[in-house]
Ligand binder design. Structure first.
Ligand code: ADP
Ligand code: MG
Length: 341
């Protein structure tokens, strides 16, 4: 039997101390971390960005196939992805936890193991939080802060006509990972003796369970001296994010089907699940890639970044958000959540 320590045995403050003892501050602008009524931050003249994401068991994650360590890592990646999308550098997180009595000290430890791994990966400090009981399930609220010099901050609404529209990495994989895990769950529920059949799914499953916020791209852009003209992270699918950039900038966009980056494993999985790989890329969520625009002048530099693909350009025809198909047909970009214009 695995060891199980009830949270009641060590108490709320015992749990907080236990968590705090596993974290050490790294950022020079974290003046005060866990332990007082608030954390104290000193941004040293930079702009501070801050954002929160809420995750609810049964809505945003399924512990039936999500290991708690991965969940801990993922919730940090997801909230930091928004910091990346502002072209800022992340520095601190705080976490609000609602725990039902299903969760033991050991399960909280597993969650925090993933959070700690992410704090190391992204060089961020856990500087506070709140812990409370929940009548049912696990609730996680993640807040993150980051900094940037004023002239480096990038918003959604500042793209210009003819700017090149770029995307990092590849798209649609996280959705295919989700389909793979959901299928295995159904197989397991029907017959618990069946072995999971995730062969040929390692990449898409990893993209679903352990996404990365793309600070590697943010740092490469900085090294090249390029500030994107607009940026957003890809949480709801490429089409939705492009429409956001267009709406905020008052512009149109034209992208090319042949340029949309889709990994082979995503392609094969989509075929297997009877989903169009293109739809997975355009409307699948949770890829957490960066979608951004750069000026024509900066594009030759950006082109050198191995994991960035130019997929189209912005236009001054603001109502036209379209994709040129391989067949030369032109189709409208559509996304659930946006009504017809
Ligand atoms: P208060 O009553 O002032 O809200 P708490 O007892 O809730 O204080 O928290 C004590 C300290 O521990 C604070 O610094 C708080 O930010 C931090 N903290 C509370 N819960 C968590 C958690 N789940 N993870 C990390 N830090 C936490
Ligand atoms: Mg509190």
């Amino acid at each position: 039997m695995e060891k199980r320590t009830e949270i009641g045995e060590i108490g709320e403050f015992g749990l907080i101390n236990h968590i705090a003892s596993q974290f050490k501050d790294k950022q020079d602008w974290t003046d005060l971390g866990i332990g007082d009524d608030t954390a104290v931050l000193d941004p040293k003249g930079n702009k501070v960005v801050t954002t929160t994401e809420l995750f609810i068991e049964g809505v945003h994650f399924d512990l039936g196939y999500t290991p708690l360590q991965h969940l801990g890592f993922k919730v940090v990646s997801v909230v930091l992805s928004d910091i990346a999308a502002m072209n800022a550098i992340p520095a601190q997180i705080t976490i609000g936890l609602g725990l039902s009595n299903r969760f033991s000290v050991e399960s909280v430890d597993a969650l925090y193991e993933g959070i700690r791994l992410a704090c190391e990966e992204y060089k961020v400090d856990l500087v506070g939080g709140d812990t409370t009981s929940s009548p049912q399930g696990l609730i996680i609220s993640m807040t993150a802060t980051g900094v940037a010099e004023a002239e480096k901050l990038v918003q959604r609404g500042t793209a210009k006509p003819n700017d090149v529209l770029c995307v990092s990495g590849d798209l649609g994989a996280a959705l295919m990972g989700l389909h793979s895990l959901e299928r295995e769950k159904q197989v397991f529920l029907a017959n618990p003796d069946m072995k999971p059949e995730l062969e040929g799914k390692s990449y898409v499953v990893l993209r679903q369970l352990k996404p990365m916020a793309r600070f590697d791209i943010i740092h490469e852009l900085r090294d090249l001296g390029v500030v994107p003209t607009s940026m957003i992270d890809c949480s709801d699918g490429l089409a939705s994010e492009i429409i956001h950039l267009c709406n905020a900038s008052g512009l149109g966009a034209r992208i090319f089907e042949k340029n949309i980056p889709i990994d082979d494993e995503t392609y094969l999985s989509a075929t297997e699940f009877n989903v169009s790989p293109l739809t997975a890329a355009l409307n699948g969520g949770e890829d957490y890639e960066l979608v951004f625009t750069v000026s024509q002048e900066d594009f030759p530099k950006v082109e050198k970044i191995a994991d960035v693909t130019a997929i189209g350009y912005m236009t001054n025809v603001s109502h036209e958000r379209v994709m040129v198909m391989k067949s030369d047909a032109i189709v409208d970009l559509t996304a659930p959540g946006f009504g017809k214009a």
